[in-house]
Each structure stands twice: as structure tokens, then as C-alpha cells.
Ligand binder design. Structure first.
Ligand SMILES: C[S@@+](CC[C@H](N)C(=O)[O-])C[C@H]1O[C@@H](n2cnc3c(N)ncnc32)[C@H](O)[C@@H]1O
Length: 578
């Protein structure tokens, strides 16, 4: 494990199973939080916040949560048969019989192999929080039990994820997620939950006395059962043994005695406590101690923001569980579907890790864990399979919120090309991922609706007058070039002239021929605000890697994202669930 001086936080773009196996040392992680797809049978979309695009043009599928029993599931199930965990193998074989080759079983198999790997990566003192929902939480808990052992199950947290759902028939409004919390071993895992302040009514009812040190209630300073020695001997006229009891000084009072000398006997401790006014004597001479009001109740396993409760908590103007409120702040929303609120991650990280410890989020999404860990001085590793998510974390999370952070210096990005060889490899392996990567490098908006929109792989927004968005059309080529590629782009830019102003950007992995450059030049130039711009521009991947961008008037780099309606894909599994 590197020392904290040489440690660089890490973002990986790739399948978390491969990344964990290839890049993360065993027993190196202190805390894992994972928020995988929940088996919702939905596709999750984002909408770019750019006026002037139709909803279809602005929409992009961030990730899919639809499952099918396919070859990959069959291979994973076969691989799982060989893992050295007979309990997990036995459970999967039983589920195989019960679920058969359903989408649910494909999901469970996909999760099982990853959770098994996470177990390996955790330190023996580590903890893991698995965020899921009632669709599959019951199966996931069995999988977790067989990997982490039921002895290491700590809590099932119910997190209220939204206010309410109307328009429901046949069921109650589903407003909670489930977070399964396990440690890797029965002892040694750091755990210091924060506290929720008491309600005013609880304090008024229970802490009815007050002195110069604040509110208190009277509580027993003896415990049941007799003891020999001073613990059972009479003190200031009160004999606990005669009542079948013994002196039992609570830890909270022992803390008060720290400044009053070491190794005190029971009666010496009682003397000091009586002298400093922490013991009360009833009219009959029975001593009790003053139990002070603490800082509140340690977090319980229901985390539910309660609107309308502001002003009801001791010493706070906030509502109950306000720190883990569902995501509704426009400032915080990045528009990434299923984004979790920072407060939720901060609560988990603060309860289960110490400063400088290493946190892993293998399903990082738009980087909520990464941002929370960064702000709480923890080290972090974020993994996501989508280049789009990794770019979002880099641009919208790290660069915007933590302005001093630099790729290379403070954190590294792996799995996205930084060299020509890397770009070639990506283009060979996954044409679509290459395209998204190239588009995100030039601040473009990928175009999913290719059919009717032939030739447009993306659009780059710009604002020639500083107000109205226009969109340069982009064509991306990760393979062989055709002689008429540039001419095709010129005609697309012309076709969309009202919105493109004739601007077209040609992004290519391979070098264009001189003829293609001449074709691009033939599209001519335009003058905007006394600046001359070439209408059709060629950018090679080499240009992009060296930091070159298209030359456009006022590129709208801060295009944000909005959540788009989810698309329901599979109905098949619903029959199974009912
Ligand atoms: C529910 S989202 C996570 C949202 C995240 N907690 C946040 O607050 O933004 C799940 C993420 O897992 C990613 N993902 C799905 N399968 C993956 C895999 N095998 N490896 C890595 N990432 C994956 C998806 O791209 C998606 O971004």
C-alpha cells in the first residue's frame, strides 16, 4: 500500500471486475460503498441542458439496468463454480433451481462475482455498504451473507429516497432504498456513528432537572447483585448490599474523574463525584447520579428526512435527518440518473472510516462518493464503465468543486486514452465507447438518434452572440476514412445550417489525406465578431490528446445535464416478481 504522501486518487473507466482484478491490491481498501444498477428493468437517460436541441437530440442513455440470461451470464456462472467459497456456490446452485435462467438470476450472478472480488479487496478491518432496493435486496442479502458471513452483518439501513409517490395502484408508495452494511471481520472495523439531536419533547419529558452544568435526570448509581469489598460496602450511610445491590459508577462519570487522580477506589470516586455535585441524595439519603443530557441518539437504522420537523430538535433549526435528505437541491443535481446526495455518502464515510483511509466506489456514476471522500480528506478510487460518467466526475465534480485538483498531480484517470495507442485500442475494442470519449473531449453532445440524423455523431454547442445556442455538427471516425467523408460532413452542416451556421467538425483517429484537407478548406470561412473561422475543421485524435479543441465562437463548456424520463424496457421480469 503506498504511503499517503505518494498516494494519488484514482478514476478508472472500465468494468469494475476487471479493474479490481488488475489494478487494486488485495486487502487494501478500508471502506467500499457501491450503488450498482438495482435490477429495475429501466434504461437511465440524461438530457443536456442546451436550448435549441430537440428532446431526442439532447438525450443520452447513461446506463442500462436491463438484464437477460445470455452467454456472458452463463460464463460467469461457470466461473463462479470454481471460486473457493462453497457457501456461495451452494447458494447460487439453489437459486439456479429456484430462479432458473431469468433476468433476475443474470443480475444476481453478475453481482455475486463482483461482491466476491470486493471481499478480497477489503482490509480485514474494512466495511462495505451495498445500496440496493426491494427489487433484489433479499437475494443480495443472501449473497452477502455467504460471502461476508451472517456474523459480519451489521445493519440493514432504510433510506428514504423521496417524498412520496402518487398514482399508485395495488401497492404502497415505494420511497425507500435499502443499504446493507457488513464488516469483513467481527472486530476491528472502525465504526463511530454520529448522533441525531434529541427532540425537544423528549428532553422536556426526561431531563426535567437543571443546574449550572445544564439539564439532567436522576439515575441509579448502583447495580443489582451484591459484591465483596468496597463495591458492596456502605458509603455515606447508604448500604447497597443490604438492598441486594453494589456501587456501579457509569463510564460517563468516570470520564469526569480523569482530572482527579489515577487509581481511585470506589469510595474515593464517589467522594469526588459528591463533592463536584454530580451525586444527589434523596430525603431518605439514597444516592443517585445526575445523568447529563448527551449530544443525541446515535444513528439508528432508519435514515429518513422528515419534512415539517424543523424546530423540533434540541439545539438545531434543521428537520429530522436533514443531512441525508433525498436529492432535491438544484445546485447539487448534475442530472445523472440515480445520483445520490452528498449528505448520504458523508454520513456513511464519517461513520465507517478515518481521515486518509481509502474508499472504493466500484459503480461511481457521477462521483458522489468521490466528491464526499475528497471533501472529508479520505483517499479514493472510483470506477465506472461509462466514459461519459468518468468525464462527468472529472469536469462537473472535481474541476468545478475542487478547483485546485489536477489530473496527473492529485488524481489519475485510467482506462480512457491518453496516448494514440490507447485511443487505437479503445476504437478497436469498442467503437461506441471511443466515439463517446472523443465527443466528450471536445465538449460535444453525443447524438443517439442517428437514423434520421445521418452523419451526425454529436453536436458542439456554441453561442456566437453570447446568448443563443448554435450547434456545430460532428462526425467521428475511429477507423478507415473514405474519400468523400468531408464532403458528406459539409452537406450535413449545410442541411442543418440554421442551427449549425455551417460549422462542421471532423474528428479522426487516422490522418486525413491532403485531398480531405482541401475539401475541408473548400467549405470556406465565416466572420463572427470580427474573428475569422474555418467552417469545416479537421481534428485528429493526436490533436485532441495534445489539448486542441475546435475553434468556435464561445464554446458553451458548462452545458449541464438534466435527468430525462427513464425508459421502461423489460416487462418479462415483472411477471416473475408478482
Ligand atoms: C446507480 S449508478 C451509480 C450512481 C452513483 N451512486 C451516483 O451518485 O452518481 C450505477 C453506475 O454503475 C455503472 N456500472 C454499471 N455496471 C458497471 C460495471 N460492470 N463496472 C463499472 N461500472 C458499472 C453505470 O455506468 C452507472 O454509472
Amino acid at each position: 500500500m503506498p504511503t499517503s504522501d505518494e498516494w494519488k486518487n484514482k478514476l478508472y473507466c472500465g468494468d469494475n471486475l476487471d479493474v479490481m482484478r488488475q489494478h487494486i491490491s488485495d486487502e487494501s481498501i478500508d471502506l467500499i460503498y457501491l450503488d450498482p444498477p438495482f435490477k429495475s428493468d429501466l434504461d437511465y437517460n440524461v438530457l443536456y441542458r442546451a436550448d435549441g436541441l430537440s428532446p431526442d437530440e439532447a438525450k443520452w442513455t447513461a446506463f442500462k439496468d436491463t438484464w437477460f440470461w445470455d452467454e456472458a451470464a452463463e460464463r460467469t456462472l461457470a466461473e463462479l463454480q470454481d471460486i473457493p467459497n462453497p457457501k456461495l456456490v451452494g447458494l447460487l446452485n439453489a437459486l439456479n433451481v429456484s430462479l432458473e435462467r431469468t433476468p433476475m438470476f443474470a443480475y444476481i450472478v453478475n453481482m455475486a462475482i463482483r461482491l466476491q472480488e470486493m471481499h478480497k479487496k477489503l482490509k480485514p478491518t474494512g466495511s462495505i455498504y451495498l445500496h440496493c432496493d426491494p427489487n433484489a435486496s433479499h437475494y443480495l442479502k443472501m449473497i452477502m451473507d455467504s460471502i461476508f458471513s451472517p456474523l459480519n452483518f451489521r445493519s440493514e439501513i432504510v433510506w428514504r429516497r423521496s417524498a412520496s409517490h402518487n398514482k399508485l395502484s395495488r401497492k404502497y408508495g415505494p420511497i425507500h432504498d435499502t443499504i446493507l452494511f457488513y464488516s469483513k471481520s467481527t472486530s476491528g472495523a472502525y465504526f463511530k456513528p454520529g448522533r441525531t439531536p434529541y427532540t425537544n419533547s423528549y428532553v422536556d419529558k426526561n431531563f426535567t432537572h437543571k443546574d449550572k452544568r445544564g439539564r439532567y435526570r436522576l439515575n441509579e448509581i448502583t447495580g443489582s447483585g451484591v459484591r465483596a469489598g468496597e463495591s458492596g460496602a456502605a458509603w455515606r450511610g447508604y448500604d447497597p448490599t443490604a438492598r441486594g445491590r453494589h456501587w456501579a459508577i457509569p463510564d460517563s462519570l468516570k470520564e469526569l474523574l480523569l482530572d482527579h487522580g489515577a487509581r481511585m477506589s470506589t469510595h474515593e470516586m464517589l467522594d469526588v463525584l459528591a463533592d463536584i455535585g454530580e451525586i444527589d441524595f434523596s430525603s431518605s439519603g439514597r444516592p443517585t447520579y445526575k445523568q447529563r443530557m448527551g449530544k443525541g441518539i446515535p444513528y439508528q437504522d432508519i435514515w429518513a428526512y422528515q419534512p415539517g420537523t424543523a424546530g423540533l430538535l434540541q439545539g438545531s433549526n434543521e428537520a429530522f435527518d436533514h443531512d441525508v435528505k433525498w436529492l432535491d437541491s438544484e445546485d447539487e443535481k448534475l442530472g445523472y440518473p440515480t445520483q445520490k446526495p452528498l449528505g448520504l455518502l458523508k454520513r456513511i464515510i464519517l461513520s465507517s472510516s478515518k481521515t486518509s483511509e481509502l474508499i472504493l466506489d466500484p459503480f461511481a456514476g457521477c462521483g458522489t462518493t468521490v466528491a464526499a471522500a475528497q471533501s472529508l480528506d479520505r483517499h479514493w478510487i472510483g470506477i465506472d464503465i461509462s466514459p461519459f460518467a468518468i468525464q462527468l466526475i472529472r469536469k462537473q465534480r472535481l474541476e468545478k468543486t475542487f478547483s485546485g485538483l489536477e489530473v496527473g498531480l492529485d488524481y489519475t484517470i485510467d482506462g480512457l486514452p491518453t496516448t494514440m495507442d490507447g485511443a487505437r485500442l479503445l476504437a478497436d475494442q469498442d467503437k461506441k465507447a471511443f466515439e463517446i470519449w472523443a465527443v466528450s473531449q471536445i465538449d460535444g453532445i453525443p447524438n443517439e438518434k442517428k437514423g434520421a440524423d445521418r452523419g451526425v455523431d454529436a453536436r458542439v454547442p456554441f453561442k456566437p452572440d453570447g446568448k443563443t445556442s448554435k450547434f456545430a455538427v460532428v462526425s467521428v471516425k475511429g477507423g478507415k476514412l473514405k474519400a468523400d467523408d468531408i464532403r458528406a460532413l459539409i452537406s450535413v452542416a449545410k442541411r442543418e445550417e440554421t442551427s449549425s451556421l455551417g460549422f462542421g467538425i471532423f474528428v479522426t483517429l487516422n490522418n486525413p489525406t491532403p485531398k480531405m484537407r482541401a475539401d475541408a478548406a473548400s467549405a470556406g470561412v465565416t466572420t463572427i465578431n470580427r474573428q475569422v473561422y474555418q467552417l469545416v475543421q479537421i481534428l485528429t485524435v493526436e490533436d485532441i490528446l495534445s489539448g486542441r479543441s475546435p475553434r468556435l465562437p464561445l464554446v458553451d463548456k458548462l452545458v449541464g445535464y438534466r435527468k430525462a424520463p427513464m425508459e421502461e424496457v423489460g416487462k418479462q421480469e415483472e411477471q416473475f416478481l408478482e
